[in-house]
Design a protein around this ligand. Sequence first.
Ligand SMILES: NC(=O)c1ccc[n+]([C@@H]2O[C@H](COP(=O)([O-])OP(=O)(O)OC[C@H]3O[C@@H](n4cnc5c(N)ncnc54)[C@H](OP(=O)(O)O)[C@@H]3O)[C@@H](O)[C@H]2O)c1
Length: 244
Amino acid sequence: MKRWEGRVALVTGASSGIGAAVAERLFAAGMKVVVTGRREERLAAMVEGRDGLAVAGDLRDEAFIDELFRQTRARHGGVDVLVNAAGLGHDAPLLGGSTAAWREMLEVNVLALCVCTREAVADMRRRGDDGHVVHISSMAGHRVPGGSGVYSATKFAVRSLTEGLRQELRALDSGCRVTAISPGIVATEFHARLLGDAEEAQRHYERSGALAAEDVAESVIHVLAAPPTAEIHDVLMRPTRQTS
Ligand SMILES: NC(=O)c1ccc[n+]([C@@H]2O[C@H](COP(=O)([O-])OP(=O)(O)OC[C@H]3O[C@@H](n4cnc5c(N)ncnc54)[C@H](OP(=O)(O)O)[C@@H]3O)[C@@H](O)[C@H]2O)c1
């Protein structure tokens, strides 16, 4: 990780779960970290006394994303590493789910990821052309767990967006790299939100032997720390006990 010391990482979804663990790990590795999410107090606490920046807002609003990059460029010059960790799942089946729930998943998990990636890669190209984009995808992007048709569709989309970005970067002969990390069940706030029941989410994590958010953060470090000539494209990781 030596070569990333003092460089700038932007982590979306940094107010909880995987994004929060990744932001902590990148601070520990000596990076300047820009954290974003809607819960401002959590973000402010995370950067307090550190060389970082907290910018709170809703990624469904493109004007907010513009402001996020404006502040990042003003404070730190731009982005070298982007970790797209913001995301959510709704229990919203194809037969009977609400359009609003589908739209929110598509807007955050797919569209905001694309806009942030476009803006971050523009910075990376100006700043040495050696950056790294890490998408936090899901095992739900590799098969369809029961009832998760639309959520899985957003994560299948991330697979296409990972390979599509790789192809565009190679066509530019860029040194920037892209990786998708696809975890199985991880103990975060994801399932409490999905199920609307924090205790049921906790039982789900105990039954499945869920990964810790820090396990996923270690995987982010692993792909960043690979030699610049080695691009790790896909990481699939499950709790050892997960059966599906
Ligand atoms: N937990 C799992 O089992 C699991 C498994 C595979 C993949 N994943 C993926 O991992 C990623 C991180 O999820 P997590 O498990 O860490 O869940 P989490 O604890 O619920 O974190 C989700 C993060 O996304 C942010 N977010 C959601 N909607 C947003 C919006 N409209 N604007 C800005 N930020 C928004 C949240 O921040 P605010 O609420 O503060 O806005 C929060 O920081 C997601 O892409 C998820 O699909 C999770």
